[in-house]
Design a protein around this ligand. Structure first.
Ligand SMILES: Nc1ncnc2c1ncn2[C@@H]1O[C@H](COP(=O)(O)OP(=O)(O)OP(=O)(O)O)[C@@H](O)[C@H]1O
Length: 648
């Protein structure tokens, strides 16, 4: 069985520039004589090329060790996170359990001891970078469960010191690969066909190695398309199951010892369930298909195609994306595209990419934002979407009583929390931030402050919500690295304003009603600010959405003018009409009033009625509102004609 590997330049169109990966032809591992196949081939003993600078693939050794101890055979075939099954496997292996626990304890213990020594010898600052690098190596050595945990926190510029952030972000894509021979044999076993029947070319080494799998560049023999082939690390489920089992146990101890509010074991269970789902590549491919269908239509967003027929539980084949990491190219326009795409995911369809770490966001060679890795997707339920929008509106409008209630709806606070106390505490957390103006609120700071202040009210962040926050915080984090003033909330608020003005959900409509009326008095300033903000969203949105056959500026004008007349603007129109009617009534009265007083002053006798008594304070307020409404509409008309539509 031979595979034709021609020099890449002659085979790939120039835009793919695959030369970096496809080395000059050389025999592929699959053409070498292979060891006789067993149902479960032993894990690799030595890694192939070194990607990360780690001189040995520690995970490969670890999974080999597990295999020798009989742990992988049962745990490796678990389809989903099944705690009773995992307990049953590892309770029968106390020695393995003890050895691994000691290994984890000793590794971290040594590191903490060194940090302690640094601090007593006053060398903490000097050794900071060294310890950060050591921590990365430790996590790599301890295997994929720890790498995954580190990845989860590595995009949080707000909670992790910069030196650690730098090191931990290397865990996103610089992990030692396992041997290509094992990978190719897994592809053949999983897909049931020889490599050279599946692909006309494949890179002789992985182009990237991540915690759960590694990726090859290949060309499908059937269609000639260039694809990425992701192959799962052997022994990964067994290794992760064992570590989860141990971490759960430690979490139980810590919770009891520190009397924590949070059920740490439940947090680990949720995380473990999603990690197991991530390890099923068929589910990932289905997610990718759905993601492409929903968001692939947004302008400047690119979602690769999935090849379901060539995908199995441990092998995934998808369209190759040529591009650079968003973090490397520092493209603020694409960060904005990402924010709009995230909001569309969160607040329009509720189906969102829950792992948008910087390694998964690329800038394609034609300037689009490409999403990779659909293993972890979240569902943001409609009631939470509305709750989130309401919370943002209440925050921006400084309505902290309502915000306290939103926190209960969102599951951030228990229903038993003392609302008055909470409202006071929230005022303390947010007042300053909001006074600075919505454009200056940092998403990262806000969530950090919130956690610290609200702890005493049993504040907890449900896992669905932490992923939502994360998907926005990651983008803010990327942007901040090259524009320290970037605020994701400022980019999101126009969207939120537009949503509340146009959504037909009764919940949002009553929020809007409550926001616009205080004790029956119409608050036109709030409508003004919502409309102005929403227009900003619609203008920018027209850049992001494909407006077939329209220029951006005409689309913006049309949107601005037709908004209140459109079906979506029905609710706002009703409010406007009501206020217009009140204003016109007041205008009628006032006109009549001035007419009668003008006529009365010219009469040679005293007029029996006092004209001024017919115009009340309310009428005067309604007249003022009418005037402002007219001004607002004319301004919207003007603003709807921006000359600068493209931000690039
Ligand atoms: N379709 C693709 N086109 C080009 N490169 C790709 C593609 N898919 C994956 N890669 C490369 O492989 C790397 C790892 O892929 P991916 O993130 O899907 O793997 P993973 O095992 O799920 O990783 P992680 O541990 O980060 O969750 C990516 O960061 C990217 O560099």
């Amino acid at each position: 069985m031979t595979i034709l590997l021609l020099p890449p330049v002659s085979l790939f169109p120039a835009k793919y520039k695959p030369g970096a990966f496809l080395k000059p032809a050389r025999p592929l591992p699959s053409s070498r004589p292979r060891a006789p196949r067993r149902r479960e081939s032993p894990p690799p003993r030595a890694a192939g090329a070194i990607v990360s600078g780690v001189d040995e693939d520690a995970f490969t050794k670890y999974s080999g060790y597990l295999f020798e101890n009989g742990a992988s055979s049962a745990a490796e075939f678990l389809d989903e996170y099944d705690l009773p099954a995992i307990s049953a496997i590892y309770r029968r292996k106390p020695v393995l359990l003890l050895r691994r626990s000691l290994q984890i304890g000793a590794t971290f213990g040594r590191w903490f001891a060194l940090r302690y020594l640094d601090s007593i010898s006053d060398r903490s600052d000097e050794m900071f970078k060294v310890r950060a690098a050591e921590l990365r190596m430790i996590l790599l050595e301890l295997g994929p469960a720890f790498v995954k945990i580190a990845q989860a926190v590595s995009s949080r510029a707000d909670v992790i010191p910069p030196a650690y952030l730098e090191e931990l972000s290397l865990l996103q894509d610089r992990i030692a690969p396992f041997s290509t021979e094992i990978a190719f044999s897994m592809i053949e076993k999983e897909l049931g066909l020889p490599i050279d029947i599946l692909f006309s070319e494949i890179s002789p080494e992985p182009v990237a190695a991540a915690s759960l799998g590694q990726v090859y560049q290949a060309r499908l023999r059937s269609s000639g398309k260039v694809v990425a082939v992701k192959v799962q690390r052997p022994g990964v489920r067994a290794a992760i199951s064992l570590d989860i089992f141990i971490l759960r146990y430690i979490a139980g101890l810590v919770r009891r010892a520190a009397k924590l509010n949070t059920d740490l074991q439940a947090v680990i269970d949720e995380w473990a369930s999603s990690l197991f789902r991530e390890m099923d590549y068929r589910a990932e491919a289905r997610n990718g298909l759905k993601f492409r269908k929903l968001y692939g239509r947004l302008r400047d967003v690119f979602v690769p195609e999935m090849f379901m027929e060539q995908t199995s539980r441990r092998v995934l084949v998808m369209e190759w994306v040529e591009g650079q990491k968003l973090t490397e190219v520092k493209d603020l326009y694409l960060v904005e595209v990402g924010v709009y795409c995230s909001l569309s995911q969160l607040l329009e369809h509720g189906f969102y990419h829950a792992d948008p770490h910087p390694g998964n966001l690329l800038r394609t060679s034609d300037g689009k934002l490409a999403y990779l890795d659909f293993g972890m997707m979240g569902e943001f339920k409609k009631e939470f979407q509305d709750g989130f929008i309401e919370a943002c509106l209440h925050l921006v409008n400084r309505d902290f009583d309502a915000l306290a209630k939103d926190f209960v709806t969102l599951g951030l606070l228990p229903p038993t929390a003392q609302k008055d106390e909470v409202s006071k505490a929230l005022t303390g957390v947010f007042q300053n931030a909001v006074n600075k103006g919505v454009r200056n609120i940092s998403f990262g700071d806000l969530s950090g402050n919130l956690g610290r202040t609200m702890y005493k009210f049993k504040f907890r962040i449900p896992s669905y919500f932490s992923l939502v926050i994360r998907s926005l915080a990651v983008l803010e984090g990327i942007a901040i690295s090259f524009n320290p003033d970037y605020k994701v909330l400022s980019s999101s608020y126009p969207w939120i304003a537009r949503k509340v003005l146009t959504d037909s959900s009764p919940q949002l409509q009553s929020t809007l009603q409550a926001l616009l009326y205080k004790e029956g008095v119409f608050r036109i300033d709030r409508l003004e600010s919502l409309l102005t903000e929403s227009l900003r969203a619609r203008t920018e949105q027209s850049m992001v959405r494909k407006e077939v056959g329209k220029t951006d500026s005409t689309a913006a004008i049309q949107q601005a003018l037709s908004f209140t007349l459109s079906e979506k603007g029905a609710f706002v129109r009703e409010i406007l009409m009501q206020e217009f009617a009140k204003g016109i009534d007041a205008l009628g009265l006032a006109t009549l009033d001035s007419l009668t007083s003008a006529v009365a002053s010219r009469l040679p006798f005293a007029f029996p009625y006092s004209a001024s008594s017919s115009v009340t304070d309310e009428d005067i307020a309604n007249l003022r509102t009418l005037r402002r409404l007219l001004l607002l509409l004319s301004r919207l008309q003007k603003d709807g004609n921006p000359n600068t539509v493209r931000m690039k």
